[in-house]
Design a protein around this ligand. Structure first.
Ligand code: FNR
Length: 347
């Protein structure tokens, strides 16, 4: 990916946060279609809540992580440095953006390495695309001394780019080989269009440790790519994919693979909702990027710390001493989410 494209992605993603396009999308409301049933005697003591979770790569201090975004240019190296400092200070895992540019040009290493050098003791996750081979996966992992590896599946995004890939048939075999040879847990993720039940089962059968559904409702790469060039509008893609709550409900019965949630997570309440819908941990990209770019590193540290504090308070009311206990909460589903469950035969 050209450095220029990396910078464009950051700029347009921040614009989506600023102009509120993201929260105003109909599907962003899918998190609002998930409510907790309040039980007035369920509460516990806040100081008994433990946010740590067992997740890919070991124990994560909290069920929240900064999801894959960037690297590969001078500007995005600075963004990565800010994200890494915030992750280290607030104590949450962080994933790198796609490391394809580094695999092509090792001279770009520093723009990614900051994720580890400014966050020496934290959980760091490398990121590659599904065209990579196990040797390239190894180089990405080694550069960051990564605790886990993400492989992103972004066929929809590629299709919207005139210069994007058009050949995807080899991806399942690549994923299987990398999962077998990576030597660290492998997480396969979407980039904002969602993973279906069928896809997650295939990933499990391919030996993948975790699936990050990264559903519709947040950063929208179809719109970003359309904005990057005049006249390139693919109308059919505007509403492509499944929202994050729908993906989680679709995946609810699947065993043998960890489910991670991202895509359109706007608040600590959305984090609690995603955990209650069965996610092991929850990733945020666009919102945290917007805070960093518009308000700086200190504001992002405060934002993440505040989210963790509020998550702890939500769990206190709900009587969940650990994140997995949120899955026992009673939920009410309405609107499009309830309709989706009916259409898919989900109880
Ligand atoms: C992304 N995302 C992403 N994902 C990935 O696996 N590799 C990548 O290189 C990128 N690049 C990227 C750049 C920017 C600027 C953003 C905002 C996002 C996708 C990201 O990890 C996530 O899946 C989606 O953005 C949905 O989450 P949010 O943004 O709605 O929280």
């Amino acid at each position: 990916m050209s450095p220029n494209r990396k910078d464009d992605h950051v700029r347009h993603a921040v614009d989506q946060q600023r102009d509120g396009t993201t929260p105003q999308e109909a599907t962003a409301g899918d998190f609002d279609a998930v409510s907790f049933v309040h039980h007035a005697l369920a509460g516990i003591d806040a100081d008994t809540v433990d946010l740590a979770v067992k997740a890919p790569g070991g124990t994560w201090p909290a069920p929240l992580y900064i999801n894959a975004m960037t690297g590969g240019s001078a500007n995005t190296g600075k963004v990565n440095r800010g994200l890494a400092i915030a992750a280290a200070e607030a104590g949450i895992p962080i994933a790198s953006g796609s490391m394809s540019a580094y695999l092509r040009d090792p001279g770009l290493a520093d723009t990614y390495r900051v994720l580890r050098s400014h966050n020496p003791d934290g959980v760091v996750i490398a990121n590659i695309n599904a065209n990579a081979d196990p040797g390239q996966a190894r180089r990405a992992i080694d550069l960051l001394e990564a605790d886990a590896l993400q492989i992103h599946l972004n066929a929809t995004q590629e299709i919207v780019m005139p210069e994007g890939d058009r050949a995807f048939h080899a991806w399942p075999a690549h994923v299987e080989r990398i999962a077998a040879e990576a030597g660290v847990p492998v997480i396969v993720k979407e980039v904002g269009f969602g993973l279906s039940r069928k896809t997650i089962r295939r990933l499990r059968d391919a030996g993948v440790t975790a699936a990050d559904v990264s559903g519709r409702g947040g950063t929208n790469f179809a719109r970003i790519e359309n904005k990057r060039r005049p006249g390139g509008d693919f109308a059919f893609i505007a509403d492509w994919g499944q929202s994050t709550p729908c993906c989680l409900l679709d995946a609810a019965d699947i065993t043998g693979i960890d489910i991670l949630a991202s895509g359109g997570v706007r608040s600590p309440l959305d984090v609690a909702r995603a955990l209650a819908l069965g996610a092991t941990a929850v990733g945020v990209a666009g919102h945290f990027l917007g805070v960093l770019v518009d308000q700086g590193e200190k504001a992002l540290i405060e934002e993440i710390s505040d989210w963790l504090h509020q998550l702890r308070l939500i769990m206190t009311i709900l009587g969940a001493a650990t994140p997995p206990e949120l899955a026992d909460c009673d939920l009410l589903l309405s609107g499009e989410v309830a309709g989706y469950c009916q259409a898919r035969g989900i109880d």
